[in-house]
Every structure is written in C-alpha cells, then in structure tokens.
Design a protein around this ligand. Structure first.
Ligand SMILES: Nc1nc2c(ncn2[C@@H]2O[C@H](COP(=O)(O)OP(=O)(O)OP(=O)(O)O)[C@@H](O)[C@H]2O)c(=O)[nH]1
Length: 732
C-alpha cells in the first residue's frame, strides 16, 4: 500500500482523476487542499470509504504525506467538480456578509457553553435534535471535567429581519443595522480564573461580549474579572441573565448587582439584560438580535479600497494555533483589514518568513474551506509552515508584497505556580520534552525550562497560571504523551532582594539562598499572596476559619450575602500566602465543609515573609528534588515528618544511611537507617577460619567505599520516591 500511494504522489498529474479518487480513500478525509467535506464528497462519489480503515495505520500517514507534498495530486482533487460543488455549497454562504465577532464570557458554570449550543442550533449551524451537547468543548479533558479550558471560534449565519419599531440605537451616532444576512463569529471562552489569558486573547478579536450571569447566583468574582477585561478592550457588553427556568432565579437582584458592582446602567436602551434559559432555549433568539443591534461593525479597511496604498493592506491577527496530524500547522486568525485568498503569499511580522496560503476557511463548527477570508471574519489559514513555533500567537500576517504596521499582540503572562515534570523512565525524556513543547505552543501561557535532578534525571520546569491550569496541562500531556509522568509538588515564585539591590524571582528551591547565606547576601524575602473568597453555609464557619488560620490566612471581611434558599450562607475574604493553597487546601476545605464551600482567589501582590529552604541529605548528599521553600513556622514539623517517611521507604543497605533535614548548615531532624550485614561467608561451607575472615575484611572495605559514595549508591525505588513527593505536598 505504501508503494502504491507513493507512486500516486509522484505521477498524480498524469493520472485520470478516478484513479486518484481511489487513492483518496487511503488518505483519510481530513487532508488539506480541498476541505474535508469536499474530500468526503469525492470519496462518497467514488464509492470509497470516507474514513481510513485504521486511524493509526502508519500506511495512511505516509501516503498522506505524499498527498500533502504532491502539488499535482492536491490540485487535481481541488479542481474536481465534486470537490468544487461540495465546497461551494458550504463556503459561498460565508462570503461578503456583514460580520460581527463576539465572545461569551462569564463566571465558571454560568452557562456559556450551553448558550453557545443553543445559538448554533438557532442559526442552523448544528442540528437542533439535542444530539449535540457542548459542541465547542472539543478536548477530552473538557468533556471529562465539564469545563472549558480552550477558547473555540465558530461561524454562524443569522438572518436578521431588521430593527423593530421601538428600536432605539445604543450608540451616540444613531447607528441602526440593516435587515439581511449576518455572519456571526462566536468565541466561547473558559470561565475559570486560571484561563483568563485565553479570555483576554480571544477578546482581542471581538467587537462585543455576551456577559452571562447565572440568575440564581448573581455577579461572581470571575464575572467582574472578565467584565473588566472586556471593558479594557472597549467592547460592547450585552448582559445576559441565564437559568431563568430555575425557581431560585432572581433577575431583579442580579440587575441591581450589575448596576452596583459593574456600573452597567440596565435601564438604558441597549444595556438592559436579556432574560434567558440556555437550557430550554427560552429567550435565546433575543440574544442574536441584540448582537446585531448592539454591536458596531468591525473596524478596519475593506479589500478593494486598498488600491494606491491608502489602507494598511491585508492584516490578520493570529490568536490561536495548533498542530493537526493530517493538516499540519493551523493558524486561527481574525482579519483586521483587507482579504486573503488561497495561493496568496503571506509574511509573518514576527519572523519575517514568507509562506503560501495552501488553504483557508472557517469553523462552522467543523473546518470548511472557503476561497477567501475578508475583513471582520474569523477563520483558519494553513500555510506551508513546517513547525508549530512558526505560528506565533499574537503575530500579524500580511501580504508578502506589502509593508504594514503589526497589530497589537498579547502581553506575556506571569506564572503563579511552578512544577517539575519528569518521565518515569529517564530514557524517555526526549519524547516527553517534545510533547511538552508541542502542547506549550498551543497554550502559550505555560513557560518551559529544562531542569535536571539527581534523583529524577532530566526533566522540565513548567510555570502555570494556577493549580487547575497545572492539572489540566498534566492531563492533556498524559493523553498526548501516552505515558504516566512524574510531577513534583507545586511551588510558587518567591521574590528575593539581594544586598546589591537586585530583585529576583526564584521558583526553584535550588536557586533559593540558604539560611546560612541569608544575612550576608539577602535584604528581603517575599512570597506571593492571594485574596481568597470562601463561601459556605453558616454552620461551617468555625471549621473554615480554623483552616484559614492554620494556613496563615488573615481575615479581611465577613458578610452574609442574600440567598434564595432558606440556608444562610457566609462569605469570608482572606489574604493568604499562595504557597499555602497550592497544596492540600482545597481538599481540606471540601472535607471540613462536607463539600459545600467554594473558594476563589486572585493575585494580591507580595508580602515580606520569614522563608527558609529545607534540604534533605541522604548520607550527606543533598537530595535536590526534595528541597523546598517554606515558612519558618512549618519547618520543624515538616523536617520530622519527611525524614521519618524517607527512612520508611529507603531499603536497608550494607552500610548505615543517615537521613538529615537541614536549614543552611543546621541539622534540624535526623533518622538513621542501620546497615544489614550481608552474609558474605554464606557460600563458604566447611572452610577455614582465615578464609572467612578475609571475606569479612573485604566486606568492611567495601562498606567504607560505598558509604563515601553517599546517595549515589542508595537506591530509592521510584514508586516509593513518588510516594514521598506526594505525601510531602500533603503534609505541608
Ligand atoms: N437549569 C439550567 N441549567 C443550565 C442553564 N444553562 C446551563 N445550565 C447548566 O449549568 C451547568 C454549566 O453549564 P456550562 O454551559 O457548562 O457552563 P460554562 O459557563 O460553559 O462552564 P465553564 O466553561 O466551565 O466555565 C451545566 O450543568 C448546564 O446544564 C439554564 O439555562 N438552566
């Protein structure tokens, strides 16, 4: 099969199309060039199966490579009338329409993805038979956890029947939309604070934002954060009150909150909240209407008005990119000015490299090829990029023949939580690093650095925006990499001010100053703080206050927010060190409140802190992967706990092993693992007393030598070591 596919690749230009169509069957239906829909149509017409028989069959990917590198084959298929028909049927409806791009933003679980489903159904983008649920949550981890972690863009066509008689423009210039067909680009954003970067990036491509608020819960912490992000980007805000079907819904109270907390004057025309139920679909049509009426057309210069170089030419902002096994590097772009079509030569402002546009199109919700992408559209471009790193998020694409000003990119993110990731088998490092790099290119908020540890070998130190972010990345990595990985306990970025006035952020304990060098080298040590809001039924107040105090929390505020139910709830605001909540805080909170407490946190600067580096020595050699930075008040307890734990897991050796916990040069806890005496004389039966003595003396020598080698010879079984890493984060 390989040989036959290769042959087809080489001689494609001279073979009849029918013969090529047969080959399409082995190429799979998602090859670039003509859209997957077109290839599917060709396959159907030629009686070939539309899916490869075996998705993981190597033969398919090899023949696929020949397909993508063979221009005659690509062109032959692209110019097939069946492909043209299949593509035109879908793509022509997206061209030359008025466009509006909007995001759905909200606090976690307020119903963004459910609303997105209803909007797609209402516009006929997906069937409304209920078979599609959360269509935009495509990742395995999103479906498993029921949360959105990655923004998704989808294009819909909406027939707007014109403003009603009582329509009052929300804009000062009396802007009124015309009746007709509109192209609406929807970007569904994550709700959790750890993914705010995704939200901010997606909002750059939008003109408006649907701010969804759960009418039973009202405005929440993350509603405020995402609202502020949208305001910063100067977007029109369309307030939506969701879950109106629930008896606990209180839209009047929510409207007051929107006024008081967010400053939205809900009595003004164009700002009144829309009351809907995304679950039942009630009122959802008013959302589509409001989007057209309350959003101005996208700014920018149309194609065709650029002659004589009056406009800025074609410019597109890359706001997402990913690697598709079949299609190669795909860039998701928002077209700011002009237009781009298949075959155009484009340049990246970031690298200056030139590419040819091999195919382009929109997501609706699957990838559909179009001939052109125009100003205001959001779509994908496949150019002949070899590597994911060429599709930089925040980059600007322009026509190679023109000179343009790059569009405003995205500010880099600052990680809040760090963790080391290591392969279980040290020889697998290259494979693991490759998988990390690939995933990090798709999630630019992750920072990656190489790290090596004496016990764990070569690995990477990754920075994340929060604990959930770390956990989701770990899961995506395991899915992609296909093996279990080893993640060290999370640490946070500490701030060290050195005597020479230099400020340094240190997240790896290896680089943190020892207690002994503190006086001479360091003037100030600070740790990151968070402002955490705990909400729970009143009966759990005592336990939760105790838990926060144990985690060095300082109480700032206590209030009793109104609730629809009869149970009184309490809301407590604390200032806590971030390091205290990156361990087992959530688990403890859930268990002491029988699962009823919720906790949200946001960054709250740095605070001076008495921090210490705790080291562990096995036979006088530092076990670097166990070093940890912590507050002095916790050092003694942890030192004792872990030296005991280490003693339990290290197998007895032929020599005595000392296990010490130290801060600087001071040993604060110690355990000793006594040697077992190997019976070196066991094989000598009968025998001479002198011969036995000779062997015993030899053993003594060996013991001395082994002891000197220290931890190098103390073999700690990996799974036992993992146990310590795990317990360590729990014990803290
Ligand atoms: N009763 C009722 N439930 C709803 C409604 N809209 C959403 N839900 C439910 O609320 C839960 C969360 O909905 P999602 O659409 O996943 O919320 P989300 O905001 O996308 O969540 P994240 O992406 O994790 O932030 C789901 O169980 C939905 O079925 C509604 O109008 N009425």
């Amino acid at each position: 099969m390989i040989r036959s596919a290769c042959r087809t690749g080489r001689t494609a230009g001279t073979r009849p199309l029918e013969a090529l169509l047969q080959q399409v069957a082995v190429l799979g239906c998602s090859a670039p060039g003509p859209s997957s829909r077109a290839v599917e149509a060709i396959c159907r017409a030629s009686g070939a199966p539309t899916q490869p028989q075996h998705q993981n069959d190597k033969h398919i990917s090899i023949s696929h490579r020949h397909y993508t590198t063979s221009r005659p084959l690509r062109q032959a298929i692209a110019s097939s009338p069946i492909a043209a028909k299949a593509d035109n049927r879908d793509s022509s409806k997206f061209d030359r329409l008025e466009t509006r791009t909007f995001s759905i933003i909200s606090h976690v679980d307020h119903g963004k993805s459910t609303l997105a489903d209803r909007l797609l159904e209402l516009t006929g983008t997906i069937p409304s038979d209920g078979s599609n649920q959360q269509v935009l949550d495509k990742l395995k981890v999103e479906r498993e956890r029921g949360i959105t972690v990655k923004s998704q863009a989808v294009t819909m066509v909406y027939d707007y029947d014109g403003p009603r008689e009582d329509f009052i423009s929300a804009f000062d210039d009396g802007f009124a939309p015309k009746a007709g067909r509109y192209l609406l680009n929807l970007i569904d954003c994550p709700g959790h604070v750890d993914f705010s970067y995704e939200v901010s990036r997606s909002l750059s491509a939008c003109q408006s934002a649907l701010l969804v608020v759960d009418a039973t819960q009202g405005v929440q912490a993350q509603s405020i954060t995402v609202f502020e992000l949208a305001k910063q980007k100067d977007l029109a805000i369309v307030p939506v009150l969701n879950k109106s079907d629930l008896p606990a819904a209180d839209p009047d109270r929510c409207a007051i909150q929107m006024e008081e907390i967010l400053g939205i004057d809900t009595t003004l025309s164009g700002q009144e909240p829309l009351l809907i139920s995304a679950k039942t679909g009630k009122g959802v049509d008013s959302v589509l209407r409001a989007l057209v009426e309350r959003t101005k057309p996208p700014p920018g210069v149309e194609d065709g008005k650029l002659k004589g170089r009056e406009g800025p030419g074609f410019r597109a902002l890359v706001f997402d990119s990913w690697y598709d096994q079949y299609k190669g590097v795909v860039s998701l772009v928002s077209i700011a000015d002009g237009a781009v079509k298949k075959g155009d030569r484009i340049t990246s402002c970031h690298t200056g490299k030139r590419y040819e546009v091999l195919s382009l199109g929109v997501n609706s919700p699957e990838m559909i090829s179009t001939d052109v992408l125009r100003k205001g559209q959001v779509g994908w471009i496949i150019a002949n990029m070899k590597d994911m790193s060429e599709a930089q998020i925040g980059d600007t694409f322009h026509l190679a023949s023109e000179k343009v000003e790059p569009l405003e990119g995205f500010a880099p993110t600052v990680p809040m939580v760090y963790a080391g990731i290591f392969p279980i088998e040290t020889t697998d490092f290259v494979k693991l690093e490759e998988a990390i790099q690939r995933l990090a290119l798709n999630d630019r908020s992750v920072t990656v650095q190489r790290e090596s540890s004496m016990a764990l070998g070569q690995g990477c130190r990754l920075g994340f925006l929060g604990l959930l972010h770390l956990d989701v990345f770990r899961q995506r990595l395991e899915d992609e990499y296909g093996h279990a990985i080893l993640v060290t306990a999370p640490s946070v970025p500490y701030k060290v001010t050195w005597r020479d006035g230099r400020e340094e952020i240190v997240s790896n304990p290896i680089n943190f100053p020892d207690d002994s060098e503190r006086k001479s080298k360091v003037t100030l040590l600070e740790e990151p703080m968070v402002r955490g809001v705990v909400r729970c039924p009143e009966e759990y107040t005592g336990e939760i206050m105790q838990l926060c105090a144990e985690h060095r929390g300082e109480q700032l505020e206590v209030s009793f927010p109104p609730t629809a139910s009869a149970i009184r709830s309490v809301q407590m605001t604390y200032r806590l060190p971030l390091s205290e909540i990156v361990t087992d805080f959530f688990d403890k909170l859930k268990s002491c409140s029988s699962g009823f407490a919720s906790f949200e946190y946001s960054e709250d600067g740095y605070a001076a802190s008495d921090l210490v580096k705790l080291n562990f020595l096995i036979s006088n050699t530092v076990l670097d992967s166990l070093s940890i930075i912590m507050h002095r008040s916790k050092v003694m307890y942890n030192a004792r706990q872990w030296t005991k734990k280490l003693k339990d897991i290290i197998p007895r050796q032929q020599f005595e092993v000392s296990i010490q916990a130290t801060t600087g040069s001071k040993v604060i806890a110690r355990e000793t693992l006594s040697a077992y005496r190997k019976d070196v004389t066991a094989g000598l039966y009968g025998g001479h007393y002198e011969r036995k003595l000779k062997h015993l003396n030899k053993q003594k020598e060996g013991k001395k030598r082994l002891k000197a080698l220290g931890v190098g010879r103390v073999q700690i079984p990996t799974e036992k070591f993992l146990e310590v890493l795990d317990t360590r984060s729990k014990a803290k």
